[in-house]
Design a protein. Structure first.
Length: 415
């Protein structure tokens, strides 16, 4: 397989046609960002409901969710490689619904966090299975193109989710958000049960024997291309996680936007949507490396400008919004391509590779993002410093992974 010519259709996803398949996998992936981003405007309400003294502690509602999401991915890949994609996907969706009901009834902040861990764990199945299904059906640049088309639908969720969450809060209490999440989960479960086929044939399934699972994990982490892009993605994702964690405080406390914060967040997030559409149109011509390496370079430049502006107190709201949109735009060009590059060498163990890749990027990203988010001190300086360090670190890792050959396609995946 090569980036140059591996753009083939590998296996089918009937009875779904191509448009339905793309929308379906994007809708499944949306379970995770909906549960994440709809909670942003509710953090002050949750703090008040449970009388939480520490202003940064409600961020645990986000970080504990992502922790469950990261841990769960270790299991979902091997399970899906053994039993197939459908059973793991549908089981995860059912657990998602149960966790949403538990959150609705949670009488304490601690039990709410338990529900959030379960919710995150459940969405790990949707993330791993979607990537595995796409890898089952497509390869190379074609895989990156399909992932970008899915992302184009998927990224609309972070744009509208905070505003949607705010709308729910105008009509009911914060627990109403979990009612909406539960209903969406049920609808997606029914659609998947009726229409999503099994894409992993019986003869390609793997053993769950510990030695076989560890061997697949070893094959994944010892592949230079996969590990390198997992670490680079972790840095990029860590900066984005810190932005999400701190966004409610930044927009309401630093810039005084109050209830208008979801609109500002949505405006910044449009950069991701634009990038997803653009990448789906140009990746087949330019290649995954050219696009993602260029975007990573822009990411680092934006981070440097934001850091200088923050240190010199020149980061006005218009300047911050412009830089945030550029940050989101570059992020959108990187994620689908980084994922495709990391998965490219592992068609024979797509579930396990997707599982380990997702766990590495999620857990490292959470650790980085939570550290930056918890350092919020009422200014933009902690976020700006963290963003810069993440971007420069990710660029350095990508350069080492590619042995200095950035921006150029290779004739074979890097060993």
């Amino acid at each position: 397989m090569t980036e140059v010519n591996a753009d083939t259709f590998v296996s089918g996803h009937r009875p779904m046609g191509f448009p339905e398949f793309v929308v379906a996998i994007a809708s499944i992936m949306a379970l995770n960002p909906l549960a994440m981003d709809m909670m942003l405007p509710a953090l002050p309400n949750i703090r008040a409901a449970f009388a939480i003294a520490d202003a940064n502690r409600p961020q645990l509602v986000l970080s504990i969710f992502l922790t469950g999401f990261g841990i769960g991915q270790f299991l979902m890949g091997p399970l899906s490689d053994r039993f197939g994609r459908r059973p793991v996907l549908l089981g995860g969706m059912m657990l998602y619904g149960v966790a949403s009901l538990l959150a609705i009834a949670a009488p304490s902040f601690e039990l709410l966090l338990v529900a959030r861990v379960l919710q995150g764990f459940a969405t790990s199945a949707t993330r791993v299975i979607v990537v595995s299904i796409v890898r089952d059906c497509y390869a190379g640049r074609r895989m990156a193109g399909v992932m970008s088309l899915a992302m184009m639908v998927f990224v609309a969720v972070p744009v509208i989710a905070p505003a949607f969450g705010q709308a729910v809060l105008l009509m009911t209490a914060w627990r109403g958000i979990f009612v909406i999440l539960a209903l969406y989960g049920v609808l997606t479960l029914i659609w998947s049960a009726l229409r999503m086929p099994e894409t992993l044939p019986e003869d390609r399934r793997k053993s769950l024997a510990l030695s076989d699972v560890l061997s697949a994990y070893w094959q994944t982490v010892t592949n230079r291309q996969t590990l390198g892009y997992a670490l680079a993605c972790s840095g990029v994702w860590g900066a984005m996680v810190s932005f999400v964690f701190s966004s409610q405080q930044i927009f309401t406390e630093v810039y005084g936007l109050g209830h208008y914060f979801p609109l500002a967040f949505a405006a910044a997030a449009t950069g991701v949507a634009i990038a997803g559409f653009l990448n789906s149109r140009i990746v087949g011509r330019l290649g995954m490396r050219m696009i993602s390496h260029g975007a990573l370079s822009v990411y680092a430049v934006v981070a440097a400008i934001m850091l200088v502006a923050a240190k010199t107190n020149l980061l006005s709201l218009p300047a911050f919004m412009m830089l945030a949109m550029l940050m989101m735009f570059a992020f959108g060009l990187m994620m689908a391509n980084f994922t495709a590059l990391a998965m490219e060498p592992h068609g024979n163990i797509a579930g396990t590779a997707s599982s380990l890749y997702g766990s590495i990027t999620t857990l490292l990203g959470i650790g980085i993002g939570a550290a930056i988010g918890q350092s919020y001190d009422g200014t933009l300086l902690p976020f700006s410093v963290g963003f810069f360090l993440c971007a420069v670190g990710a660029l350095a890792i990508a350069a080492v992974t590619e042995k200095g050959r950035l921006f150029r396609p290779h004739h074979a995946p890097i060993k």
